[in-house]
Design a protein around this ligand. Structure first.
Ligand SMILES: NC(=O)c1ccc[n+]([C@@H]2O[C@H](COP(=O)([O-])OP(=O)(O)OC[C@H]3O[C@@H](n4cnc5c(N)ncnc54)[C@H](OP(=O)(O)O)[C@@H]3O)[C@@H](O)[C@H]2O)c1
Length: 338
């Protein structure tokens, strides 16, 4: 199997490459050489996918049985379109990493693959879309929806659209799970967002990678939600963080109304906490029927802690700093709960 990975040095793309090499596949990667380092064993092609001439140079290095695109998160649909067209004659299939944010109903309603999508043309530029006052929809969601269209327009029934929700695991640079792990490790009274039984569906980066490779080797196309089919409760998740960090702390549950009253920013100040009803209601049964297998979330938690301990604070990324609540603010909220 000859695979081209757009990206390939960073978080999901790196996992895809490592697993593809382990399967014995011949792997080419394409990136600018700014994030991470090449996985030994790949044929690395340097270039910026925003530049058509770089894509033409890449295309001359083909052919490939499949492309897995892990590098379109900051790119407008028109750039995705240029890339798909540049590589169309060189690759048989395109597995595109999209997101649940493409759904018009996320995070408000339960979603399946046939739920309505945000409307964005395949050739839209970076100005298209907007982010709503409560953080939904997002400009990112519009842009990714346009990117999906670009892929389908070019690759037709050989286009595979993967829509993960939150991806966690070793290498996570966003800083969601790492923040909770470090907070648990610090101990004391740990502010936790009630209700404890709130269900979550974070998926492990290695399980997304395995599914992407399976889809690269499959023969049909289509869209798949890639969320954890069983998931975990918020309490289970936080208890796993406490256990693995050998925390001496205690979870103190605060009702959403109190957190809103203190203007705790959803999704970032208490990472993964969001009150919207549909945030963790994305049905992945179609992917499961096609082979998606997800390890228990507690395993992701434990192995992410192992990774953090081995590497110190391993990822220097601006999104890391967006996560977590100021300790003074946490103390004020906790004081009101005594
Ligand atoms: N992380 C999540 O929780 C999450 C959730 C849902 C969906 N997704 C989707 O999953 C995909 C992978 O996400 P990720 O978080 O692993 O990685 P990412 O930050 O979106 O991608 C980084 C990779 O893309 C390369 N890249 C970026 N811009 C490039 C350009 N202009 N030209 C060539 N290469 C470029 C980077 O290498 P260089 O910088 O060296 O070029 C790096 O290898 C994305 O499409 C994202 O939208 C992610």
């Amino acid at each position: 199997m000859r695979l081209l990975v757009l990206g390939g040095t960073w978080f999901l793309g790196k996992c895809v490459v490592e697993q593809a090499l382990a399967r014995g596949w011949a792997v080419t990667t394409f990136n600018r050489g700014r994030s991470g380092v090449d996985v030994p064993g790949v044929t690395a092609v340097r270039g910026d996918r925003a530049f058509p001439e770089d894509l033409s140079r890449l295309a001359r290095q083909g052919d490939w049985d499949a492309v897995i695109d892990t590098s379109s998160s900051d790119l407008p649909p028109q750039d995705v379109l240029v890339a798909t067209r540049a590589l169309a004659g060189r690759a048989a299939r395109w597995v595109h990493l999209s997101t649940v944010s493409v759904y018009a109903g996320w995070p408000h309603r339960p979603l399946r693959e046939d739920s309505a999508l945000l409307d964005c043309p395949a050739d839209a530029d970076e100005t298209f879309g907007y982010t709503g006052a409560d953080g939904s929809p997002t400009k990112y969601g519009f842009q990714k929806a346009g990117g999906e269209r670009a892929v389908v327009e070019t690759f037709g029934d050989q286009a595979v659209l993967l829509r993960p929700g939150v991806i966690l695991g070793p290498g996570e640079y966003v800083g969601r799970l790492p923040w909770w792990l470090n907070r648990a490790r610090c101990g004391g009274r740990v502010l936790a967002p009630a209700p404890p039984e709130r269900h979550m569906q974070p998926v492990d980066v290695r399980d997304v990678a395995r599914f992407a490779l399976d889809q690269a080797a499959a023969s049909s196309g289509g869209a798949y939600n890639v969320t954890h089919p069983e998931g975990i409760t918020f309490e289970g998740f936080l208890q796993a963080c406490m256990a693995v960090t050998e925390s001496h702390g205690t979870l103190v549950w605060a009702q959403p109304e109190l957190l809103v009253q203190y203007e705790v920013k959803q999704w970032t100040e208490l990472p993964l906490w969001r009150t919207h009803a549909g945030v963790w209601a994305v049905d992945s049964s179609r992917a499961v029927a096609s082979g998606l297998r997800c390890r228990p979330v507690s395993e992701t938690v434990a192995e992410t802690w192992t990774w953090i301990q081995a590497a110190g604070r391993p990822v220097n990324h601006p999104r890391w700093a967006e996560h977590g609540i100021d300790p003074d603010k946490e103390s004020r909220i906790l004081a009101s709960l005594r």
